[in-house]
Design a protein around this ligand. Structure first.
Ligand code: F6R
Length: 609
C-alpha cells in the first residue's frame, strides 16, 4: 500500500502534494517524494523516512510550479531508501511516475529495457514503468501510456507526468484505489479522499482499467478500449478523520475488511504461472538446504506467535520437519538448543519487536540459519535475518493485529507447501488442489465480511461481560488462542483458550450456567472429539457459539448458535474461522465503549523489553 497524489492548476503544486501526502501516511510512511514541473524541467525531490524528512530536505527551496505528482511509500520491491522512493524517472528525466501496487512482470521488462540501453537507478518494480514509457513514446503521451499498460501485468494505481506536456497529468488504476478531486480551475489526483478533502468534496472514483487525462480545466476519462466514459460526481459527505479510515469507524474494522486484498497481495508472485505450485523466488531453497537442518524453531510474540503455532502444524504436516514454537521473551533466555542444523523462523508484523529481534540475534550467534516473516520492508528484523519473506498486508495501524495475522497464515501455508514440494513430501496433484483452494480465500473472506450482522448481534446479546472461553482442537485450538487474545486486548474481557480435550483436566470447573463458550469445530479428524467436549460444556449450561464450515448440519444440534464460514480444505479453515472471531471482539469492544484502535496499556510496536 502506498499513497499517490497529483495536482494541476494555477496554485503551487508542492503545497498540495505535501499536504495531501500527510493525509495518506496511513497508507505507507517509509519514504516520500514529489515531482514538480519547474522551469521547463521535472524536478524530483525524495527522501527516505517519513514526510517530515522530505519537508526538511526542501525547506526554503520548495519546487515552484503548478503541475506535479507525489508519493508516500510502503516498500515492496527494494528497501526504503532515497533512490527507491518515488517518483521514478526515465533515463533523461522526461517522465515521472508514481505507483501503488506491484508490477508482476517487472523483472523480464527490466531485462529487456537494460538490453536496449536503459539505465536503472533503483531496485523498484515501478522504475520499469518510467523507462518503458520513454521506450514507447513517440510524441503522443496518452498513446504511450496506453502502450505501457498493455505491457505491464499486476496491480497498480499510477500517475504520470511528462516534460513535454506541462498542462496535464495521466492516471489509471487496476486493483488499487484512485480518485480525482474536482476543483475550480484546478484538479487533484489521490489514492484516497483524505488527501483532497480540504480542497474539494467533489470527486470521480476511477474504475479498473479507466484512464484519466487531467488538466486544470477539464478531465477526460476513457475505458481500456479508449471509449469515453461519463463519470458521475461522487460528493464526499464524511469529515476528514472518517475519510482517513475509508468511511469505517475504526482502523481495526477497516483492516479487517482489507483482508481479501492483503491475502491476495501476499499470494501474488508466489504461485507458479500454471497455478499448480508454489515458488518463493526470494528464497530459492533446494533439497540440500532443507536437509541441512533437523529442526525448525518459530519464534515470535503475541499474535505473530499464534500464527507460528499454525505454521508449525502446516510445516510438520506437509513437509514432515520437526518444528518447535516459542514466545520470543522465553526463548531468548532459556539457552535454547540451536546450532548450525537449526532453521530459525521469526515472525513479526512490525519487524521491530525487541524480544523477537533479540531471539534472532542470539540464534544467529549460535550458528542457526534464519528467516524472517515480516510486514515491514527494511525493518530491523528484515535486515538482521539471513532471508526474509514479506507479508504484503500494507500498514497496520490499529494496535490489534488482524490482516497481519491472516497474511502470516497464508505465508506459512505457502512456505510449508513449498518445502513439501522440494522434499518430495507431497504429490503434485495434492499441491495443485491446495493451491486452487488457496486462491479462493480472498473471495471467501469477502463472503464472510459481507454479512456481519449476526456477529454484531451475538456480541451485543451476550455482552461478554466477565469470562469467555474459546475451545478447539488442532488448528482450531491455535485459532482459539488468537480469538481469545483479540477479545482480551480490545474489550478488556477476560478470555481463555483451551485445547478442547484439556477442559476436563481442570477448567471445566469454571463452566457454569450462562458462561459463553466459543467452540471451533472445523477440523474433521477431531470433529467427533470436539463435539464431545461441546456436549460437556453444554451439559453445564454454558452458552455455546459454534464456528463451523458451511454444510455442517451436525453442530447446530448441540450449540446455541452457529456462525458458518465457507467450506474449504481443513488446512485453510483457520484463515477463514479467525474472521468471525476478529469481528466478535471488535463488536464486543464497541458495545462496551472501548477505544478499539488504541487499547489501554498497549502499543503497536513493542521495541522495549
Ligand atoms: C495483538 C498484537 C500483538 C503483536 C505482538 C508482536 O493484536 O498485535 O500481540 O502481535 O506485539 O508484534 P510484531 O508482530 O510486530 O512483532
Amino acid at each position: 500500500m502506498c499513497g499517490i497524489v497529483g495536482y494541476v492548476g494555477d496554485r503551487q503544486a508542492a503545497e498540495f502534494l505535501l499536504d495531501g501526502l500527510s493525509k495518506l501516511e496511513y497508507r505507507g510512511y517509509d519514504s516520500a517524494g514529489i515531482a514538480v514541473y519547474e522551469n521547463g524541467k521535472i524536478r524530483i525531490e525524495k527522501s527516505v523516512g517519513r514526510l517530515a524528512a522530505l519537508r526538511e530536505q526542501i525547506k526554503g527551496r520548495m519546487p515552484v510550479g503548478s503541475l506535479g505528482i507525489g508519493h508516500t511509500r510502503w516498500a515492496t520491491h527494494g528497501r526504503p531508501s532515497d533512490v527507491n522512493a518515488h517518483p521514478h524517472a526515465d533515463c533523461h528525466g522526461d517522465f515521472a511516475v508514481v505507483h501503488n501496487g506491484i508490477i508482476e512482470n517487472y523483472l523480464s521488462l527490466k531485462e529487456d529495457l537494460i538490453a536496449k540501453g536503459h539505465e536503472f537507478k533503483s531496485e523498484t518494480d515501478t522504475e520499469v514503468v518510467a523507462h518503458l514509457l520513454e521506450e514507447v513514446y513517440a510524441g503522443d503521451f496518452v498513446a504511450a501510456v496506453r502502450e505501457v499498460l498493455r505491457r505491464i501485468e499486476g496491480s497498480y494505481a499510477l500517475a504520470f507526468m511528462s516534460k513535454e506536456h506541462p498542462d496535464m497529468l495521466i492516471c489509471t488504476k487496476q486493483d488499487n484505489p484512485l480518485i480525482i478531486g474536482l476543483g475550480e480551475g484546478e484538479n487533484f489526483i489521490a489514492s484516497d479522499i483524505p488527501a483532497i478533502i480540504s480542497r474539494t468534496r467533489r470527486t470521480y472514483i476511477l474504475g479498473d482499467g479507466e484512464l484519466a487525462v487531467v488538466r486544470k480545466d477539464g478531465i477526460q476519462v476513457t475505458d481500456r478500449a479508449g471509449q469515453l466514459v461519463t463519470k458521475k460526481v461522487f460528493e464526499v459527505t464524511w469529515n476528514a478523520e472518517a475519510a482517513e479510515k475509508g468511511g469505517y469507524e475504526h482502523f481495526m474494522l477497516k483492516e479487517i475488511h482489507e483482508q481479501p486484498k492483503a491475502v491476495r497481495d501476499t499470494m501474488s508472485q508466489r504461485i507458479t504461472n500454471d497455478k499448480k505450485a508454489i515458488s518463493f523466488e526470494e528464497l530459492a531453497w533446494n533439497a540440500d538446504y532443507l536437509n541441512s537442518f533437523n529442526k525448525i524453531y518459530i519464534v515470535a510474540c503475541g499474535t505473530a506467535y499464534h500464527a507460528g503455532l499454525v505454521g508449525k502444524y502446516y510445516i510438520e504436516k506437509l513437509a514432515r520437519v520437526l518444528v518447535e514454537v516459542d514466545v520470543a521473551s522465553e526463548f531468548r533466555y532459556r539457552d535454547p538448543i540451536v546450532d548450525g542444523s537449526t532453521l530459525l523462523i521469526v515472525v513479526s508484523q512490525s519487524g521491530e519487536t525487541s524480544d523477537t529481534l533479540a531471539a534472532l540475534k542470539e540464534s544467529k550467534r549460535r550458528g542457526a540459519k534464519t528467516l524472517a516473516i515480516t510486514n515491514v520492508v527494511g525493518s530491523s528484523i528484515a535486515r538482521e535475518a539471513d532471508q526474509v519473506v514479506y507479508t504484503w498486508a500494507g500498514p497496520e495501524i490499529a494496535v490489534a493485529s488482524t490482516k497481519a495475522y491472516t497474511t502470516q497464515l497464508v505465508l506459512f501455508f505457502m512456505l510449508a507447501l513449498y518445502m513439501a514440494e522440494i522434499k518430495g513430501a507431497i504429490l503434485p496433484a495434492r499441491t495443485a488442489e491446495l493451491v486452487t483452494q488457496l486462491q479462493e480465500i480472498p473471495s471467501q473472506v469477502s463472503e464472510i465480511l459481507s454479512d456481519v450482522e449476526p456477529i454484531k448481534t451475538f456480541a451485543k446479546q451476550y455482552g461478554f461481560n466477565e469470562d469467555v472461553f474459546y475451545i478447539g482442537r488442532g488448528l482450531d485450538y491455535s485459532v482459539s488462542l488468537e480469538g481469545a487474545l483479540k477479545l482480551k486486548e480490545i474489550s478488556y474481557i477476560h478470555a481463555e483458550a483451551y485445547a478442547a480435550g484439556e477442559l476436563k483436566h481442570g477448567t471445566l470447573a469454571l463452566i457454569v450456567e450462562g458462561v459463553p463458550v466459543i467452540a471451533l469445530a472445523t477440523q474433521r479428524n477431531v470433529y467427533e472429539k470436539t463435539l464431545s467436549n461441546i456436549k460437556e460444556v453444554k451439559a453445564r449450561d454454558a452458552v455455546v457459539i459454534g464456528i463451523a464450515a458451511e454444510g455442517d448440519t451436525e453442530l447446530q444440534k448441540y450449540v446455541d448458535h452457529v456462525i458458518y464460514v465457507p467450506a474449504t480444505d481443513e488446512f485453510i479453515m483457520p484463515i477463514l474461522s479467525v474472521i468471525p472471531l476478529q469481528l466478535l471482539s471488535y463488536y464486543a469492544a464497541i458495545t462496551r465503549g472501548c477505544d478499539v484502535d488504541k487499547p489501554r496499556n498497549l502499543a503497536k510496536s513493542v521495541t522495549v523489553e
